[in-house]
Structures are given as structure tokens and as C-alpha cells.
Design a protein around this ligand. Structure first.
Ligand SMILES: Nc1ncnc2c1ncn2[C@@H]1O[C@H](COP(=O)(O)OP(=O)(O)OP(=O)(O)O)[C@@H](O)[C@H]1O
Ligand SMILES: [Mg+2]
Length: 211
């Protein structure tokens, strides 16, 4: 969804979204590899192609977990992705209104930074690494009680339904300015998210509605 891609390939679904409330008139605040954060007045809107990440955060936030970004409003899947052609793995644009957070200053969280450094050096966790990551998180939570909630949240991310890989970097966690709490904003890497019919509209209905 980068500017580079948008200028090279047509993105009719994204263009339509940007002409529709609540994104209409919103300004780009930050651009990532598969998400864009928009600013509309005081509110921030996160549009992402990463269904698993979006839904993990939305579900944890709705359950009251303070260690994920607060999803103030979950719009769910709002359009088919512009790159989806065919096949059962449907990709959507997902939209949420989120709370405003601040970057974690490098050097301010040495325990977390030291633990995250292994993924910068050795690569991000793939499916076969996820049980070990969850275990490491729980060990770290035991050893450093101040990080218990933050690390338990990451263990839950490693165990999220359908998850295949993670994106464990300092830029994917942030700080809640009012309290100083650490929160995850984007711990999961891209993977297909099939809506859970217990909580969301089934995939075929969603697809038909957005086609
Ligand atoms: N709630 C928020 N408040 C303020 N800034 C935010 C918030 N969420 C994300 N950002 C900013 O937007 C950037 C991109 O967000 P995000 O990590 O969700 O996108 P991404 O596409 O996954 O990017 P990347 O591939 O670099 O991880 C973040 O690095 C951060 O600077
Ligand atoms: Mg990110």
C-alpha cells in the first residue's frame, strides 16, 4: 500500500475507501509496509492488509487487555484488497480507529530491547519457532514481573488462530503516553485471516458484501 505501489498499480478499492467516511478527508500520518495510519481531526485510523494482526489487536483490546493498542472502533473488513485476484485466501483492507501512542525511545527498555535483538540478528519467528517464542515470553514474564502483561500478550499472539509468523521489533510496540505502559501495535506478520464465524461474519458473506 506504499505510495510507490500506488503510483505504479491502480488501486480502485483503496481509492474508493479514501473517498468514503471515515477516511474521507483524513491525512496520512505514517506509512508502513502493509499499513497506513491516517489522522482525521484528533483521531487516528489504521488501515491494514494484515487481517490476523488487526483481529488479534481488536479482540485483545475488546477483552480489556491494556498491553495492546486500544481499538476505539473496529470497522472490520472494509474492502477487498486491490491485489486479490481469486482463490480461497481472500485478502481485505481492515480498518480501526486506534488510540494515539508514542514511540519507545531506544535505550529506555533494555530488557525488552535485548530480548528483541535476537530477532534482528537471527530473523523473525516462523511457524515452527512460535511455541518456543511463547515459552520464552512466559519465562521473561516470570523473571521480570513489570513486563508480565506485555510478554503474556505476546505469548497469546504467538498462539493466535492461524498465525504463521511474527514481526518482533521495537517499532511494533509503543508507549501509552498517559500511563507509560508498553503496548503491542503490530506483533504479527502477514498471514491469511479467515474470519471466525463465532465472532465475525463468515468469509463467504463478507466476500459477497465487499465484492
Ligand atoms: N496507535 C498509534 N499511534 C501513533 N503512531 C502509530 C500508532 N500505530 C502505529 N503508529 C506508527 O505508524 C507506523 C506504522 O504502523 P504499523 O507498524 O502498524 O505498520 P506496518 O505496515 O506494519 O509497518 P512495518 O512493516 O514497518 O511494521 C509505526 O511504526 C508507528 O510509528
Ligand atoms: Mg509494523
Amino acid at each position: 500500500m506504499s505510495e510507490h505501489l500506488r503510483t505504479r498499480f491502480p488501486t480502485p478499492n483503496l481509492d474508493r475507501l479514501l473517498q468514503t467516511e471515515p477516511l474521507k478527508g483524513a491525512k496520512v500520518f505514517k506509512t508502513g509496509s502493509s499499513s497506513t495510519i491516517f489522522e482525521a481531526g484528533d483521531s487516528l485510523l489504521r488501515l491494514t492488509l494484515q487481517g490476523s494482526g488487526h483481529n488479534f489487536l481488536a479482540q485483545q483490546s475488546a477483552a480489556g487487555n491494556p498491553n495492546v493498542v486500544k481499538v476505539l472502533r473496529n470497522y472490520g473488513a472494509v474492502a477487498l484488497s486491490d491485489t486479490y485476484e481469486s482463490g480461497p485466501e481472500v485478502e481485505f483492507y481492515w480498518l480501526a480507529q486506534v488510540e494515539r501512542l508514542v514511540e519507545i525511545e531506544v535505550g529506555s527498555e533494555p530488557v525488552i530491547e535485548a530480548w528483541l535483538a535476537q530477532f534482528d540478528e537471527d530473523g523473525q519467528p516462523e511457524s515452527q519457532d512460535l511455541p518456543a517464542v511463547a515459552q520464552q515470553c512466559r519465562e521473561l514474564a516470570q523473571a521480570h514481573k513489570e513486563y508480565a502483561g506485555f510478554m503474556e500478550t505476546l505469548a497469546l499472539a504467538a498462539e493466535f488462530r492461524g498465525i504463521e509468523s511474527m514481526d518482533l521489533r521495537l517499532s511494533n510496540c509503543m508507549r501509552r503516553p498517559a500511563t507509560g505502559e508498553l503496548v503491542w501495535t503490530d506483533p504479527l506478520d502477514d498471514c491469511f485471516y479467515e474470519p471466525d464465524p463465532a465472532m465475525e461474519m463468515p468469509l463467504n458473506e463478507l466476500f459477497a458484501r465487499l465484492k
